[in-house]
Design a protein around this ligand. Structure first.
Ligand code: UP6
Length: 274
């Protein structure tokens, strides 16, 4: 896990979008990603506007909206500008290269147009990373420097099969595509995971950890939670909370609480510097 400050990582990181991410975290003193798993555009934009000041990243599941359209994406883009947060579409691509390119770029959801960060499973093999990188870094794609990928290296659900050889292949592929791969969605830092690819000297993968909740240990469908302190202690750079924030009696108060606890845990990890 990194003991450097976000501002140090913002100046040295090899990936441009990672620099932006760390700048946002430092400027807003927040490492919170809110998982805005609501099902209408109105609720989504309303949450994004109210929670925007306290978060670094807004994570969407755009395909759960019942009324997705131009208003959704225009609204999200405008709020990301207004509140200085990045957008992460949690699409978890998992298919052959030719298919994921069409799912990412164009189609009904036009994800490449509005989402800074995407993620994928590496179950299909290295080709999925190569295909998504190719689309985002195509010479005629205007947003290339503001797009990045997180590899879903582990999952928080009970009995997850994203372990062992799968997790170490996640590290291999991240190392092979460092200009597009920002880091991982995982439950801990993967620095110690064995990989067949040698780490670059400036390697600094960003760790996003889902399954963060202050008041619950899990749900009835296998979700398993940890606290912001525990996640950040294990190496999370950004904590992702969904129901812990949006389903709280007062989502704004909850976002502030996760922001404060996430930031204190970060300060403790870097040893009070910053
Ligand atoms: N998510 C997980 N675990 C993973 C990967 N992704 O929970 O391993 C996503 C879910 C949901 C959010 O799809 O959007 O993170 C967690 O929501 P919650 O905090 O309400 O449980």
């Amino acid at each position: 896990k990194s003991q450097l400050t976000y501002s140090a990582r913002a100046t040295t990181h090899p990936n441009l979008l990672a620099r932006k991410l760390f700048q946002v975290a430092e400027a807003k003193k927040s490492n919170v990603t809110v998982s805005a798993d609501v099902t209408t555009t109105k609720e989504l934009l309303d949450l994004a506007d109210r929670l925007g000041p306290y978060i670094a990243v807004l994570k969407t599941h755009i395909d759960i909206l019942s009324d997705f359209g131009e208003a959704t994406t225009e609204g999200l883009k405008a709020l990301a500008e207004k509140h200085n947060f990045l957008i992460f579409e949690d699409r978890k691509f998992v298919d052959i290269g030719n298919t994921v390119q069409k799912q990412y770029h164009g189609g009904t959801l036009r994800i490449s147009e509005w989402s800074h960060i995407i993620n994928c499973s590496i179950l299909p093999g290295e080709g999925i990373v190569e295909a998504l990188a190719q689309t985002a870094q195509a010479p005629d794609f205007p947003h290339g420097s503001e797009r990045g990928l997180l590899i879903l290296a582990e999952m928080t659900s009970k009995g997850s099969l994203a372990t062992g050889a799968y997790t170490s292949a996640s590290v291999d592929y991240a190392r092979k595509y460092p200009s597009f791969v920002l880091g991982f969605v995982s439950t801990r830092s993967l620095n110690e995971v064995e990989s067949s690819v040698k780490a670059a000297s400036d390697e600094d993968f960003v760790v996003f950890t889902t399954g963060v909740n202050l008041s619950s240990k899990g749900d009835k469908l296998g979700q398993q939670y940890q606290t912001p302190q525990s996640a950040i202690g294990r190496g999370a750079d950004f904590i992702i909370a969904g129901r812990g924030i949006y389903a709280a009696p007062d989502p704004v108060e909850a976002a502030k609480q996760y922001q404060q606890q996430g930031w204190e845990a970060y300060l403790a990890r870097i040893g009070g510097a910053s």
